[in-house]
Design a protein around this ligand. Structure first.
Ligand code: NIG
Ligand code: FE
Length: 412
């Protein structure tokens, strides 16, 4: 399709043109609205974006009229444990009867139960169940997901989980960032935590790095998991292998893990209900993103909330993720997490959408190319059947997605 061009004008050459909706670009973490917008895409990237009325002469192979609604960047779920065997619905009932997460872990349930089920499952079984869960996230607007290992806890089973995460990206229209979380819990065949950390540093991390199976390295720093000293040793190895780090920290108690991770320029510190002001300052200085996980907070009936006012004061970017996992957050909608971040943690809907787009991209080290809609970035966007972008946080569930575009291609 061609629009008339003047004698000397060179038309804008596009693979596709998308119009008929308002756009919340999320540039700089704000809605940054463009009304009645048009988006020009070439080679999977945005090459033109502004009000439709300003569109110059163009030639496009395809044109697409959204016929109303709002377009946002594709949502980015920057913290998930989507690959696992079995499920832990039985523990859900135990917790309803008053048994705590820590008590269940001490009795050999919790993460250890998922480790057994994951080790016992074939790669094909893990792939099939993760695919179902990932499809739910995608149907709710997710175009990039991070997936952690951490239910393998041996070289072969950690590699198995990371390979499954890689296959998900091959088989579905979604970007998958893979994270090695081998320091998640103690495997049954070790009883000395330092000896297990030695094994991770000497065998697991070097192999994962040499196979190129992980984009980052994560650890669970907590009384029931690994100490700051142990995680710091593991992070030193990760850094030496050229892998960025991130951390599960200050979820149940304050251990100093966030500050330690910031000293390694961690991409993110996640959970962080128990962080102190000095931790927030360290994050601000290091450029570490705060990843809020309201699904785990809700499921564990936590009462200590992450200190949102300090995070705002020190301008630490806040991301929001599902933490989708079989124990503490069986959550399959990032939009529901945005609602809960508003309701439980008092984020504004604008902060919540920034948390699931541009700040989530930053938490994955991909803010240069993803997370907001600007010329030059990836053409990953979603059209929603809503009258305002804030509405995305308002509905509890429901099907608001009209269309999902990943790398410039319509995928639903
Ligand atoms: O992010 N905090 C540690 N890890 C997971 C929980 C994993 C599980 O219980 O299976 C989390 O909440
Ligand atoms: Fe987690």
């Amino acid at each position: 399709m061609t629009q008339a061009t003047g004698p000397t004008d060179r038309p804008l050459i596009l693979d596709s043109l998308w119009y008929g909706a308002h756009v919340a670009t999320m540039q700089d973490g704000h809605f940054s609205v463009i009304e009645k917008a048009a988006i020009g895409v070439r080679n999977g990237r945005i090459v033109w974006l502004d009000e439709m009325s300003k569109l110059p002469a163009y030639e496009a192979q395809q044109e697409h009229d959204f016929a109303g609604g709002w377009v946002t960047p594709g949502l980015i779920d920057c913290h998930t444990h989507l690959v696992f065997g079995g499920n832990r619905a039985g523990e859900f009932e135990q917790r309803l009867n008053g048994v705590s997460y820590q008590e269940i872990a001490k009795q050999g349930g919790g993460i250890a139960a998922s480790v057994k089920a994951t080790r016992d499952a074939s790669e094909a079984t893990l792939l099939a169940s993760a695919k179902r869960r990932l499809s739910s996230l995608m149907q709710d607007g997710v175009t990039t997901v991070e997936i952690k290992s951490g239910y393998g806890l041996s070289l072969q089973s950690e590699l198995k989980m990371l390979r499954v995460a890689a296959q998900l990206e091959d088989q579905l229209p979604i970007h998958v960032k893979r994270t090695c979380l081998a320091a998640h819990a103690m495997p049954p065949e070790f009883d000395d935590k330092d000896a297990y950390v030695d094994y991770l540093c000497e065998e697991v991390l070097p192999t994962v790095a040499s196979l190129g199976l992980a984009d980052a390295v994560d650890a669970f720093c907590e009384g029931i998991a690994f100490s700051t000293e142990q995680v710091s040793r593991y992070f030193e190895k990760a850094k030496a292998l050229g892998l960025p780090v991130k951390i599960h920290a200050e979820q149940l108690t304050s251990q100093g893990g966030t500050r330690m991770a910031a000293s390694f320029q961690a991409l993110s510190a996640d959970h962080i209900e128990f962080i102190e002001e000095a931790d927030v300052q360290a994050m601000a200085e290091a450029g570490t993103v705060a990843v809020l996980l309201p699904g785990a907070f809700f499921t564990l009936k936590e009462t200590q909330k992450p200190p949102i006012d300090w995070l705002r004061l020190y301008q630490v970017p806040m991301a929001i993720a599902t933490d989708a996992n079989p124990g503490t957050s069986p959550a399959l909608s990032l939009r529901l997490m945005m609602n809960m971040a508003c309701t439980l943690f008092a984020l504004t809907p604008e902060e919540a959408l920034a948390g699931a787009t541009i700040h989530a991209a930053q938490a994955l080290g991909m803010a240069e190319t993803h997370g907001s809609l600007v010329v030059g970035k990836a053409a990953d966007f979603v059209c929603w059947d809503v009258e305002s972008p804030g509405e995305l946080c308002y509905w509890l569930g429901g099907q608001l997605l009209k269309q999902r575009i990943q790398q410039g291609k319509l995928t639903s």
